[in-house]
Design a protein around this ligand. Structure first.
Ligand SMILES: [Zn+2]
Length: 339
């Protein structure tokens, strides 16, 4: 028996589920252009899957692959993310927009089957059935909500959504919202990734996690990292994740990482990898954020979940960074036995 004083194992709070719909999962993936096909192949080979897997029983293979990597890693669990579709301001589905879709029911069912998956659902608050869907997901065991405001066209400051945020706050369901630049998915409105957009849900009492701490993805993105940092001082329920900080992009420019390692920001940072996005220690090492020894030891580790975890440790993130998410998630209600 594990004594009470034993810290709980680390959690990766930002892991994407992807699917083609094989096996009737309801997922879809728009690998329609050569660029998208190439992108899908690169992501798959990065995590150790074969591009041919896309043509087969992909959804099952992807989950089995992720579970195997999770179980052989130092992590105890992963928050697995649903991908909502794009809706317009009137709540009408914009068919075919977005790169991929993963339905709530699919991820909720995966989490009922595999206790090391913590399910994060996703609902566009403009949907006419948003509140009903939220209640349904809460009953289904959702522990977090994930949205990409700039990709899914969600204006979080829209007063029409106050009730939706209030319902989330009452249910203690935290919100993981993409902030900052985005280069993997098509962006509808870049300004919606500004962390100030999250003020309304924060004021209503929702625990909000700014994915990527509002950093830039590419050279010409706006950099809202300082705005994010200032907002954490005004809102005690505001956090940020360090997902994609070990990627070949512009997220860790300037003093971003040192500031997230030191107080007052350090106690607001949550570990996340952004799996299946490729993980590289090149920039953290080039900027002197980790030792040559640690970089050499982990930079080619075949398990990207483990590689990202170890590189973040080598960058100096404190142990609590890897377990903090556990006390922010909605408490899990034991699932009713399925017949
Ligand atoms: Zn992500």
């Amino acid at each position: 028996m594990i004594p009470d004083t034993q810290p709980l194992p680390p959690v990766d709070a930002h892991v994407h589920i992807v699917g083609t719909g094989a096996g009737g999962t309801g997922c879809w993936l728009a690998a329609d252009s050569w660029f998208r096909k190439l992108q899908a192949r690169l992501l798959l080979s990065a995590i150790g899957m074969k591009p041919e897997d896309l043509r087969g029983d992909f959804d099952r293979l992807y989950v089995e692959h992720l579970l195997a990597r999770l179980r052989e890693s130092s992590l105890g669990a992963a928050v697995v993310l649903v991908q909502e579709q794009v809706y317009d301001a009137q709540g009408r589905l914009v068919a075919g927009a977005g790169l991929f879709h993963v339905p709530n029911d699919y991820v909720l069912a995966l989490a009922r089957k595999h206790p090391e998956f913590f399910p994060a659902v996703s609902i566009h608050p403009c949907r006419p059935d948003a509140l009903e869907e939220l209640d349904r997901c809460l009953a289904g065991g959702a522990v977090m909500m994930k949205i990409l405001p700039n990709v899914q066209n969600i204006d979080c400051s829209d007063r029409r959504f106050t009730k939706f945020w209030e319902r989330m706050a009452a249910a203690k369901l935290p919100l993981l919202a993409h902030t900052g630049g985005e280069k993997t998915l098509p962006v509808v409105n870049a300004e919606l990734a500004n962390p100030h957009q999250l003020t309304l849900p924060l004021e209503v009492g929702v625990t909000v996690i700014a994915a990527h701490c509002a950093t830039k993805s590419a050279l010409f993105d706006a950099n809202w990292f300082s705005d994010f940092a200032a907002m954490t001082e005004r809102h005690e329920n505001f956090y940020g994740d360090n997902s994609a900080f070990c990627v070949l992009n512009n997220r860790i420019r300037g003093d971003t990482v040192p500031r997230t390692l030191a107080e007052p920001l350090a106690s607001r940072i949550i570990h996340g990898s952004d799996w299946p996005v490729p993980v590289s220690g090149f920039w953290p090492r080039a900027k002197g954020l980790m030792s040559a020894e640690a970089h050499g030891q982990w930079r080619k580790h075949p398990n990207l979940l483990e590689r990202d975890f170890q590189l973040k440790r080598a960058m100096g993130y404190a142990p609590e960074t890897f377990t903090r998410i556990r006390r922010l998630l909605r408490p899990r209600i034991p699932a009713a036995p399925t017949r």
